[in-house]
Ligand binder design. Structure first.
Ligand code: COA
Length: 154
């Protein structure tokens, strides 16, 4: 079991967080063209690290994953959740998700909502999320919209 530390991200972490998101997205085997187009977008900026709730997981002082919440009460939106490929499948996604749930509760949310990469849908179901519909992603494809009820699962 990897003992990670979860701490608030700092504006200067933005470039590293972006690189982790790109590496994590690549994990699903998307074409390099799609990945490189996406990499041209900001993904996460220093300013957003100040305005949103962004937390990172570190191991041996290196950042290995992160997530971002945006508060849109009564929902809190999980906008990003990324783990470096070498650390996928080792319980870190669960730790970050559970941390996000605590943060969403302390932001007075009723539920956590997200738009999932289709490959990550089984992970979110395992975490207790339910499908509530579909959205069209920035890549123009239908992706699952999912919700975790913060007060019906206790
Ligand atoms: C999705 C992601 C964040 C999950 O994080 P992770 O660290 O690999 O997940 P964990 O190892 O903590 O798994 C937690 C649980 O979910 C289950 N799980 C994870 N991925 C699963 C999958 N693809 N299918 C079924 N179950 C899965 C695990 O078995 C585990 O169950 P347990 O805790 O009851 O034993 C990670 O795979 C990732 O970063 N993927 C690439 C980027 C991505 O798609 N991010 C999400 C964008 S919406």
């Amino acid at each position: 079991m990897i003992n990670v530390e979860i701490t608030k991200a700092q504006p200067e972490d933005s470039e590293r967080l972006k690189q982790i998101a790109i590496a994590a997205k690549r994990y699903w085997g998307y074409s390099e063209q799609i990945i490189l187009e996406w990499a041209k977008t900001p993904i996460i900026t220093p300013e957003e690290i100040c305005t949103d709730q962004v937390y990172l997981a570190s191991f041996n002082l290196a950042i290995i994953g992160w997530y971002r919440l945006k508060t849109r009460l009564p929902a809190v939106i999980l906008e990003d959740l990324w783990i470096l490929p070498d650390y996928i499948g080792k319980g870190i996604g669960r730790k970050l998700f559970e941390h996000a749930i605590k943060q969403a509760k302390s932001s007075s949310g009723q539920y956590l909502e997200l738009e999932a990469d289709p490959n990550a849908e089984p992970f979110y179901k395992r975490m207790g999320c339910q499908n509530i519909g579909e959205s069209i992603s920035e890549w123009g494809r239908a992706i699952p919209r999912m919700r975790y009820n913060l007060y019906e699962q206790d």
